[in-house]
Design a protein around this ligand. Structure first.
Ligand code: PEP
Ligand code: MG
Length: 601
């Protein structure tokens, strides 16, 4: 739930031109007025009140409940119109909690019996609920805990007088300025008036950055103290190509940026002319370029940019967009069937939930972890929450009967984990057979190689998996001990680090020896310079955000595999990422004095 920081007085607003440098994580240029968002609610203190004031405090509480209820019902209607009944039902459920007399009575009782302020009484009741819900074995009841928390926070913001600003009512384009944004915050940014965002925290391959690209939303992250140095309502230009933020630009600067937008659009149109051509090197090596998508709506982008199938569907975004409610088997099924049928004869690879880590799954996580990226994440989380996982697997198996679908498990660290999950799949197959429900008996089961241990024993895993997808976003994070979302160490996040190149080569070679396909779906695959090295290392399947496909295709069509192979061999001898990068860039410059084609003119 985002709440917008109280508008600062306009007279103290700085109106000077300022420019800030960050990391451009989603290309494009966005121009709009700043809206600073903070998720914090003010601290709640216990304030004793006089007996005479108790009735007034109860009235204040009841009024804030009423305002919250009206707000939720209005929100429900809006969401129903824009996103459909299923999404709207979340707000309906929240409105029901607000209307539940037992919830309100408990708070009123506390105000009266302890003679305390409504904020404190509400927080106490919410904590009591939380403790009770947490002790339940039943998953459904535990899920309701998140709803109660959401509702309580909403009421609290009304009590504290922090307004919920409904951004959809703003008529001009806006740029969200925040300390940090979660993937679930970002996924709701898919329509005007939000045209771009900038944050203090984050990393190039964080999921928030990945979502921004999927939404074609220009974004810059890693700008220190951003929420302190930009004021609400200041004019801001987000340049996602250069990773800069320009505050209070002059009209001339705005028109220069607008003409840059037109130049980029023109360059993109030219690049798209290769859409129906194969990604083949000049000496005839055929490469498959596929799409990573997070939302079913991106299927049209995959087609528009010429993807040969979906190399990665991040199914957890189905969960994130429905949170706090878990998707039902039918909801899973209808999405997977759509994906399976969409790009025939090409395949869609569906990755099972990769929740946990930074992709918060508060409805299923239980207690908060100190080190979530090394904790109960992805396959580990799913194996622990079998009911949730079985719902997803049943839907996947059922959908496999309808089109070209493969399934893939994230964060596998060893053979034992793979065997356990395959046993679970077998059990579900037996159940489906007993119920007479069709599924594809030859369904291919692959794994992400994104944990260093998995890369090192890729030869062993290759005998038990049908395919590999190298997830460099995590492989780099775990191998180099660099939090992929931490701007302080982003300078050490080096895809060309010799250790990473060796691991990638180990995986590709192991896959080749075992005769199974190896793809790469980490962000590394979408960079034209890295693509040359990867082709040279023998990678034949690349999966990336759809809009990067034309650029990578042009590079592949311009080079010879023979040259890439030589470049990769020499790169593997070098000792630092810098030396490797300089060498690759020099080699490219020698062969392409006019530069590689890119959409960045
Ligand atoms: C990866 O780790 O490279 C990957 C593709 O998965 P995600 O970015 O969703 O963790
Ligand atoms: Mg990953």
């Amino acid at each position: 739930m985002l709440t917008d920081r109280a508008h600062k007085a306009t007279q103290d607003t700085r109106r000077d031109i300022r420019s800030y440098k960050g990391i451009g994580v989603s290309p494009g240029i966005a121009i709009g007025r700043a809206v600073i968002v903070e998720k914090r609610i003010a601290a709640v203190y216990r304030v004793p009140i006089r007996e005479d004031d108790v009735a007034g405090e109860v009235t204040r509480f009841l009024e804030s409940l009423q305002t919250t209820r009206a707000e939720l019902l209005e929100l429900k209607e809006k969401v129903r119109r824009s996103m459909g009944d299923e999404f709207a039902s979340i707000f309906e459920a929240h409105a029901m909690i607000v209307s539940d007399p037992s919830f309100a009575d408990k708070v009123i009782q506390k105000i009266e019996s302890e003679q305390v302020n409504a904020e404190w009484a509400l927080s106490e009741v919410q904590e009591e609920y939380q403790a009770r819900f947490q002790s339940f074995d039943n998953e459904y009841l535990r899920e309701r805990m998140a709803d109660v928390k959401d509702v309580a926070e909403r009421v609290l913001t009304h009590l504290q007088g922090i307004a919920h600003h409904d951004l959809s009512e703003i008529e001009h384009d806006i740029i969200i300025i925040a300390n940090d944004l979660t993937p679930s915050d970002t996924i709701h940014f898919n329509r005007r008036p939000i045209v771009g965002f900038a944050t203090e925290a984050g990393g190039r391959t964080s999921h928030t950055s990945i979502i921004a690209k999927s939404l074609f939303m220009p974004a810059v992250i890693g700008v220190p103290r951003l929420t302190r140095i930009v004021d609400n309502d200041e004019m801001v230009i987000v340049d996602g190509y250069e990773g800069t933020l320009l505050v209070n630009p002059t009209p001339a600067m705005i028109s220069e940026y607008k003409s840059r937008v037109s130049r980029h659009e023109e360059a993109e149109r030219e690049l798209l002319e290769n859409r129906d051509l194969p990604a083949v090197t000049r000496d005839g090596r055929l490469i498959s370029l596929q799409a990573n998508i997070e939302l079913v709506e991106e299927l049209k982008d995959a087609v528009r940019f010429g993807a040969e199938g979906i190399g990665l569907y991040r199914s957890e975004f189905l969960y994130i967009s429905k949170s706090p409610v878990l998707p039902t088997e039918e909801e899973h099924f209808s999405v997977y069937r759509k994906l399976a049928e969409a790009l025939v004869p090409n395949w869609a690879v569906i990755r099972t939930f990769d929740l946990g880590g930074k992709k918060l799954a508060r409805e299923v996580m239980g207690s908060k972890e100190d080190n979530p990226v090394l904790g109960l994440r992805a396959l580990r989380l799913c194996m622990k929450h079998r009911d949730m996982f079985k719902t997803q697997l049943r839907a996947l198996l059922r959908a496999s009967a309808y089109g070209k679908l493969k399934i893939m498990f994230p964060l596998v660290s060893g053979v034992q984990e793979l065997r356990q999950v395959k046993t679970l799949v077998r059990e579900i197959r037996t159940e489906l057979d007993a119920e007479g429900i069709p599924h594809n008996m030859d369904l291919q089961i692959g794994i992400m190689i994104e944990v260093p241990s998995a890369a090192i024993i890729a030869d062993m895993l290759a005998t038990e998996a049908d395919f590999f997808a190298i997830g460099t976003n995590d492989l780099i994070q775990y191998s180099l001990a660099i939090d992929r979302s931490n701007e302080n160490v982003s300078y050490l996040y080096e895809p060309l680090h010799p250790a990473i190149l060796r691991l990638i080569k180990t995986v590709i070679d192991a896959g080749k020896r075992a005769g199974i396909p190896v793809s790469m779906c980490g962000e590394m695959a979408s960079d034209p310079i890295y693509a040359i090295v990867l082709v040279g290392l023998g990678l034949e399947i690349f999966s990336m955000n759809p809009s990067s496909i034309p650029v990578v295709k042009n590079v592949i069509r311009s080079v010879r595999y023979r040259d890439c192979k030589r470049i990769a061999e020499i790169a593997l001898q070098k000792k630092t990422a810098q030396e490797i990068e300089e060498f690759v860039i020099e080699s490219v410059a020698m062969r392409f004095p006019e530069g590689l084609v890119s959409s960045n003119p």
